[in-house]
Design a protein around this ligand. Structure first.
Ligand SMILES: Cc1ncc(COP(=O)(O)O)c(C=O)c1O
Length: 417
């Protein structure tokens, strides 16, 4: 005879309560979408129509150069698939290393002017490895207030103490470096920043940050996930040519149109990573077809035939167009245009309006961004059809009444690590 169902154990009750406490506008949904980069520009559906016909035009993904479908990238991945199979079957230090891994590492290092590059299955993992290689529980990590969650996870893994400095503010960083050196003259420090912030579109004065770090004996780790292939000299990112940057972190999941990631550094740091990093050693090697796709993408980017300069010209036109339509000019110069809305529900409503017009653009809400700063994250691609900006402006609606915009909230309010 079945017994009456036992009450859920306390841990399940807690999960349920935590989920129920989430406001509806902050609930995440997984949706299967069909974004199209260069879909024929279809007329906007009549006002009031719930959904646009056909695929949505992609203003959301990070495939900035459209390389995920570039014939050369696909052909390289397919050829490697035939040679190596799909998965590497083991970690790099056991039997997972293939010639394509070594070739990609060598070409990346040469392209970026660094002595060494090491591949990882994802940027999230590479960032954890990078932080843990340069910081431990005795360290103090100084991080830009808006760095990516993976870097914060790395700090937590390392056991280091964390302090956040004001976003893109070298003066605040310097105050903290000076204070740290006063307290512990020989203490171990690490500074973390990005070169193109994924939710803001902004970039730091990286040369100034690197010089500061060198002056105070602090290694600098720069996450170039969104910059590589797009900004900096010939798409080499902003750390290119800055010898004082200890580690550059890059991913193939964005402009390279593939998947996987790498860290680039000098020979000493590279050897230390190879010898000490559990995140490098105890994981299955990057799938060879992804490595081959990334290598083909690198060749296109490095040869200048991936459309980087056309993309940057479009980014400038869109910034000017938004400003001319009464919106604040989005910060930065790259393909991420942060259009500040403020209110979560308003951001979602405008996302739906754009979708009804056939445009896929995602509302980014807390906790990904600070409360009160919900925004539409417009991501530009090299292969968008002409007329997309006009279509966007026609369906976006007028800018909201100006409200307080506070990207630098008290420490750690908006990010759970
Ligand atoms: C700034 C930044 N760093 C790292 C990552 C992680 O890269 P990956 O997608 O390869 O794990 C991302 C991706 O979301 C990112 O935006």
């Amino acid at each position: 005879m079945p017994t009456a169902q036992a009450a859920a154990p306390p841990w399940r009750q807690q999960l349920l309560a935590d989920l129920e406490a989430l406001p509806a506008a902050r609930r995440r949904l997984l949706r299967s979408l069909e974004p199209a980069a260069s879909a024929e520009l279809q007329p906007s559906p009549a006002a009031g129509t719930a959904t646009a016909p056909g695929p949505l035009l992609d203003l959301a993904s990070n495939d900035y150069l459209g390389l995920s479908r570039h014939p050369a990238v696909l052909a390289a991945a397919a050829a490697e698939l035939a040679i190596s199979g799909l998965g590497a079957g083991a970690s790099r230090l056991v039997s997972g290393t293939r010639p394509v891994h070594l070739q990609l590492e060598a070409e990346l290092a040469a392209w970026l002017g660094r002595e060494r590059a090491l591949l990882f299955p994802s940027g999230f993992q590479a960032n954890i490895a990078a932080v843990c290689s340069l910081a431990d529980r005795h360290s103090l990590v100084l991080a830009d207030r808006l760095i990516h969650h993976s870097l914060l996870a790395g700090v937590r893994c390392s056991g280091a103490r964390l302090q956040r400095f004001t976003h893109n503010d070298p003066a605040d960083l310097e105050r903290r470096l000076l204070a740290a050196r006063r307290q512990r003259p020989a203490g171990q420090l690490l500074v973390l920043c990005e070169s193109l912030y994924s939710m803001e579109g902004s970039s730091p004065q990286l040369a100034a940050v690197a010089a500061l770090c060198a002056r105070h004996g602090a290694p600098l780790l720069v996450d170039e996930a969104h910059a590589l292939g797009v900004i900096g000299a010939a798409g080499r990112g902003l750390a290119h040519g800055l010898a004082d940057v200890a580690i550059v972190s890059g991913t193939f999941g964005k402009a390279f149109g593939s998947g996987g990631a790498f860290l680039a550094c000098d020979g000493l740091v590279g050897e230390w990573l190879l010898q000490s990093s559990g995140a490098f050693r105890y994981t299955t090697a990057l799938a060879p077809p992804l490595a081959a796709g990334a290598l083909a993408a690198l060749d296109l980017i490095a040869s200048g035939s991936a459309g980087t300069s056309a993309l940057l010209a479009r980014c400038e036109r869109w910034r000017q167009g938004l400003a001319a339509a009464g919106w604040p000019r989005p910060p930065g110069s790259g393909p991420i245009l942060s259009v500040l809305i403020g209110d979560d529900d308003d951001a979602l409503r405008r996302q739906r309006q754009l979708e009804a017009a056939g445009l896929l653009c995602v509302a980014i809400r807390p906790p990904t961004v600070p409360p009160g700063t919900a925004r539409l994250r417009l991501v530009l691609r090299q292969d968008l059809p002409c007329g997309t900006l006009t279509r966007l402006l026609a369906s976006l609606g007028p800018p909201p009444a100006p409200g307080p915009y506070r990207p630098n909230l008290p420490p750690d309010r908006h990010v759970s690590c």
